[in-house]
Write a protein that binds this ligand. Sequence first.
Ligand code: AKB
Length: 325
Amino acid sequence: MADDKFYTMGKEKILVIGANGQIGSVLTEALRKSFGADMVIASDIRQVEGHDGPFEILNVLDRQGIADMVKRHGITQIYHLAAILSARGEQNPLQTWDINMGGLFNVFEVARESGVSKVFFPSSIAVFGADIPRQMTPQNAVLKPTTVYGMSKAAGELWSQYYFQKYGLDIRSLRYPGVIGWQSNPGGGTTDYAVDIYHYAVRGEDYSCFLSENTFLPMIYMDDAIRATLELMDAPSENIKERTSYNLSGMSFSPSEIAACIQTEMPDFTVSYSPDFRQKIADSWPSSIDDSAARKDWDWQPKFDLKGMTKDMLFQLQKKYSAVV
Ligand code: AKB
């Protein structure tokens, strides 16, 4: 969980769109800890149990619905987390484009028109594709994404910069690597294996991985991803030099490395490899990320490596599964 540091600049009223998702659910909780439960309105397309504060149904494609909610609650900040991810996005490319870009324009337009002071827009390592150094991919590497999800994120980054330059809208963004956490499940991503594998291990089941054993990808533990988001949003505006999106990194590993790390705690755990269409997506992405711009501009520093994350994931999931039984 993010540190309990109180991240505020006056009385903020926050709207989280996509609050039921893998990152949205944990981020909503962290924001409520920092700003107060009633100051954070969670929203998503469907109602789910377990929200510890106000929740409203909201479709990100409904611009008027977003505008009404912003007005009704006096929203000052929006965290826009609703999107179709890389693997699922390939099943219906045009619909993915419509949802990801339509949602983005609705949020940016409502924010601009209603005087919202800050917006968070998550980008991804999926913005990278051909012609990049795969290792320690730099902040300003060329963006030639191969998935429609990556294309929508690359376009979203440029629109973020455009809204900042043209309208002064303070949009901030991170290029999330694969995010791994015990609190919530990912859906439709290429990095999802790195969450699934822990669940199989804790349930005592064999795992069949959809990526090959030597596929290195940049990853981050949920605690670090949430803290990075809060720290970026809390940083003084003049420190935010990248108005497209910041490279962000926690660690980098392959399926065989994460399997070996789990096996040090659970020697009987076995993994087999059966790469599917997601392998091609993973092969187009960086294997590690240079996030020195984030470190320099707003003091970013990850806390978890593969070993520390594995220890915490196994501990938390064992607790979670034994509470259910
Ligand atoms: C995905 O795998 O699509 C996401 C991402 C890296 O943006 N987790």
